[in-house]
Design a protein around this ligand. Sequence first.
Ligand SMILES: [Zn+2]
Length: 340
Amino acid sequence: MKAGGPAGAVTLGIDVGGTKMLGLALSDEGEILAQSRRASPHPAATAAGHPAAVHALVATMGELAEELAAGLQGVRALGVGMPGLVDDSGRLRFAPNLPAGDDLDVAGRLRGRVGLPVVVDNDATCAALAEWTLGAAAGATDALVVTLGTGIGGGIVADGQVLRGAQGFAGEIGHMVVDPSGPLCTCGKRGCWERFASGSGLARLAREAAHAGRLGSVVHLAGDDPDAVRGEHVSAAAAAGDTEAQSVLDELGWWIALGLSNLAQVLDPGIVVVGGGLVETLTLVLPTIVRSFAEMLEGADRRPHIPIVPAALGEQAGAIGAAVVAREDRRGPGAPTSGL
Ligand SMILES: [Zn+2]
């Protein structure tokens, strides 16, 4: 593992999501010198492996990197967090939530375009690294960082190291099957955890409730069309005291707790950090998660309490972590040696 580079150096980090990309320039002192965002090329218009889709994805990342680097001295590397299975060479092997990126040599394509060393890692692993380095899991030797967005990503710190597995694919917790007869997932399987416990999972639970006639005022908010009900409608109504909406959020919380309790039994984390796009809804869901987690966890009353806390770095976590991965030129274990 290399320590940080020369004093005053800057590393770029880009977090690529299913709907948007967030990029930033991070100084070695931990200062965010520039930040920008782009819409990700829309999945509906981007068939897997289609040359135009691949080109649009790479071009958008390249433009974002160039914008971030403009006017900055000492830019040494670009780190990119991608959703899906990223191998140690920086190739995205499988990307169910980003079809345009499926089997794409992200590092190779970007290196040629931006003229910088490029390190690519899983987006949730990047977010976990950031939360572990300077966020809600700072100081923990064993932590589970769960990113609830369009899907679910995970980053695992075990025995003071980021757990990567044999190929670098560890932490794909969103595709644990929790209901073999459940709804079809983007990965091709049925009943994956992220079909129930993510932002898209909330939307599905809400539409089911709407069709069952349980969400009268929320359906009205959505223009009296049950199929138009989105997670935001439910969260807004619950925040305003709508008990039917809160009951849907309680269902969501139960599903989140189901996966967390299974993972806690395998990993024995000292802390569980929950972040991602759904985190704004978390205050409404957290009490149910904590209660259900304690009910489902083996011997919960015989072991130390496992705190479940919101992420501290918000939507910047993935991009900060991507910059840290590139700065340290690391796809290996261990915490960064230099402070942010
Ligand atoms: Zn799946």
